[in-house]
Ligand binder design. Sequence first.
Ligand SMILES: C[S@@+](CC[C@H](N)C(=O)[O-])C[C@H]1O[C@@H](n2cnc3c(N)ncnc32)[C@H](O)[C@@H]1O
Ligand code: SF4
Length: 359
Amino acid sequence: MVLDHSGTQKHNKMSNNSDYGLRENAKEYPMMLVLSFAYPCNALCPHCPYTNSNIRKEYKDMPYMPDDIFKKIADESGPYGSYLRISGGGEPMLHPNAVELLVYAKSKGCKIGLITNGSKFEGNSLEKLIDSQIDLIEFSVDADNEKDYAIFRKGLDWKLLNTNVERAVEYRNKIKSTTKIIVSAVNQKGVDIDSIEDYWVNKTDKKQNFGHGADYIIKRKYLSWGNNTEIDQTKSADPTPYSDTTNTPCPFIFERLNIDSRGNIMVCGYDISANTSMGNVVNESIKDIWNGEGFNFYRSKHLNNKGNDISICSQCPDWKYRSWNHNYWKVVKESNKVWLKKVKNMNFEDDFQMEEQKN
Ligand SMILES: C[S@@+](CC[C@H](N)C(=O)[O-])C[C@H]1O[C@@H](n2cnc3c(N)ncnc32)[C@H](O)[C@@H]1O
Ligand code: SF4
């Protein structure tokens, strides 16, 4: 059995006699490429792995992903319709060519998921991104009030965040763009994650009696990135694991890979210090790297329940929070349902029927 794009289990004879294997849409090429697009940041969030390490300083020579590296990734990924997750050790919208590059990638066929602190949408940059129908804009909000925001999103402006989320939702609705507007919050001690959902997504906030109209919320587990950072794991408000790592392979190596600003491919998102190098997009094809010896070694170990033999995996405290079902594909699906209702005035049943027709 393998899991398809949505994380649903399906029988597949190629699955190596295992319950797991490469996702259906990742057989040739990764379904998702997580890009460290920018390392500099205008904030100092206390839970952030980059606030709690020297990694940013180590990328002083290449703070932003150069245009040629980004365009090579976009050119290769476009034909597969893969997701480029635009994130990194800092704020992606500080990249001097952010809008131009994301619009370029979209025109090549890539799907785009931008992760942003929401503070750097100068001029009409937000509108241009929504005009180009980038797929998801994720605002990392982490709070439902000004006081908490000043703590958990240190250095950022609460009013500006509210303005920009509302601006994105209103503009998206007005032009009926396919862009989904979602928010995220890290589930840590000191915040009430359900109240954050109410504030940004639901219309149940008693004091204000309105939500901000975001389509969905990602409730992030509080991660530590192990030896890469000084993050205090005891601050997690929900340390319950998603997976038992003694018998469940890490899903990441079967669907996605991570690329730093230098074009180096790391085995996964745990390796934010780039200790692994599976290849470099500057002089190799991503397809070859994805299907190469390095990734196959990791996959085979994980499929044989020997992931813990690999030192980086055995030290990864975040593996237990990687889920085969509760993941980004679910976010894409759920936010799309909300979008259908809000923008296309279709109800859940219409959406359900569309899904049925596809199967
Ligand atoms: C490192 S940030 C970079 C993008 C952008 N600067 C932002 O804040 O959205 C990417 C995502 O990681 C999340 N994040 C930061 N620290 C985290 C932690 N300890 N556990 C889980 N997620 C975390 C952020 O909230 C954000 O949604
Ligand atoms: S805004 Fe993003 S990158 Fe910057 S410190 Fe906060 S979580 Fe880290």
